[in-house]
Design a protein around this ligand. Structure first.
Ligand code: AMP
Length: 359
């Protein structure tokens, strides 16, 4: 495909905060954004040029949407396969839908990463209490049982420690097809946020370090406090994953840093085929934000510089009532506030984030 020009339209599936920030970045490049979401009051609908509010399986609405845009992208990995198939018949879908199949299923994803010679947590397929018992015998306790599909922010997973009844654990994940993962005693959690263009160019941001609270990302700090060799190795793994998947767009790879060996060792936890919460710091802390970078990539435009501003950048998520502090944050010199315009605040809901660039 040739490069899209300013004035072209990018269609985005999903209307949450990621789509909202993509739409804002796209607008800055002179692109028009068409949001497709089944949720009428989604935050991205407020900041786009065109809207379709319809089910992801409404094939007539999908076809009309595809005909109205030049390229389609998405803000979440659980796009149904049929949705992608209908859209692809009309317009390019980026990243390519093969990537969806890879990242929607934790078992397929782990097998893919392993096939590239990249370490993951040890894992086993679980389909029943019997196969769970075999898996626990193999991987030991503690271990983590995760549903293969539709898990996020710690949902659809349960820790199997000493004393846990396996039947109860399997019930806790809804008796759904799952994987058991050996417990990784990590020193840190880090992520690579990077982009691959249609010409195969690859550009990564600084490796960043993530702290979770109650299974939800609390803070991201860039750069991560790891050795230069570890940071390079993490980025090389993300590049190998992106190349093998013929990826176009922004990709995030979450990894554990294990410090048991003489140095640091990396274990891939998860791939996100989209812009990622741990890349929000780039909005204020890098030359090109991850959102602009994704729009550039899917539009076939040249990728932007990923260079960090300042010595360190810290992003803190505003979860639930945290966002009530908006006025205090606005008064703080150097704090960059981003609110997602969600009408309803709930505990655990991502309402916004604040970035601080340390010079
Ligand atoms: P996930 O939904 O797979 O991203 O997991 C959510 C969080 O659970 C991770 O960010 C880790 O803090 C923790 N976790 C997940 N898998 C493992 C594992 N195999 N070993 C240790 N901790 C894990």
């Amino acid at each position: 495909m040739t490069m899209l020009k300013p004035g072209a339209t990018v269609g985005i599936l999903g209307g949450g905060q990621l789509a909202r920030m993509l739409a804002l970045a796209g607008a800055r490049l002179g692109l028009k954004i068409h949001i497709y979401s089944p949720v009428a009051n989604d935050p991205a609908f407020e900041v786009c040029a065109a809207r379709t509010c319809a089910d992801f399986l409404d094939e007539a609405a999908l076809a009309a949407f595809a005909e109205s845009v030049d390229v389609v992208t998405y803000e979440f990995e659980n796009v149904p396969a049929r949705t992608a198939e209908v859209l692809e018949a009309h317009r390019p879908v980026r990243p390519n839908p093969k990537v969806l199949a890879l990242t929607q299923d934790r078992l397929v994803e782990k097998q893919f990463v392993k096939s590239l010679g990249i370490a993951t947590a040890p894992f086993a397929d679980v389909t029943s209490v019997e196969t769970l018992a075999e898996a626990v015998a193999q991987l030991g306790r503690p271990s983590i049982l995760k549903t293969r599909r539709f898990g996020y922010d710690g949902k659809g997973q349960t820790k199997i420690v000493e004393g846990v009844e396996l039947a109860d654990a399997f019930k806790a994940v809804g008796e759904a097809p799952s994987i058991l993962e050996g417990f990784v005693r990590f020193a840190k959690e880090v992520s690579v946020v990077a982009a691959r263009g249609i010409d195969g160019e690859f550009r990564a941001y600084d490796l960043c370090e993530n702290v979770h609270e109650n299974h939800i990302l609390a803070t991201t700090t860039a750069p991560a406090a790891v050795s230069a060799a570890t940071a390079r190795a993490a980025i090389d793994k993300a590049r190998a994953i992106a190349e093998a998947a013929e990826y176009v767009g922004v990709i995030a790879v979450e990894l554990f840093v294990v410090a048991d060996a003489p140095g640091e060792r990396l274990v891939v936890n998860e791939i996100a085929p989209r812009v990622h919460n741990s890349g929000h710091w780039t909005l204020d802390g890098a030359v090109t934000s991850q959102f602009e970078q994704h729009m550039r990539a899917v539009a076939g435009m040249p990728l932007g510089a990923t260079r960090r501003h300042g010595r360190q950048v810290v992003m803190r998520n505003l979860i639930g009532a945290d966002a009530d502090n908006w006025a205090k944050i606005l008064r703080e010199d150097g704090a960059c506030l981003h609110l997602y315009g969600k009408t309803e605040s709930r505990p655990g809901r991502k309402m916004g984030h604040v970035t601080r660039v340390v010079s």
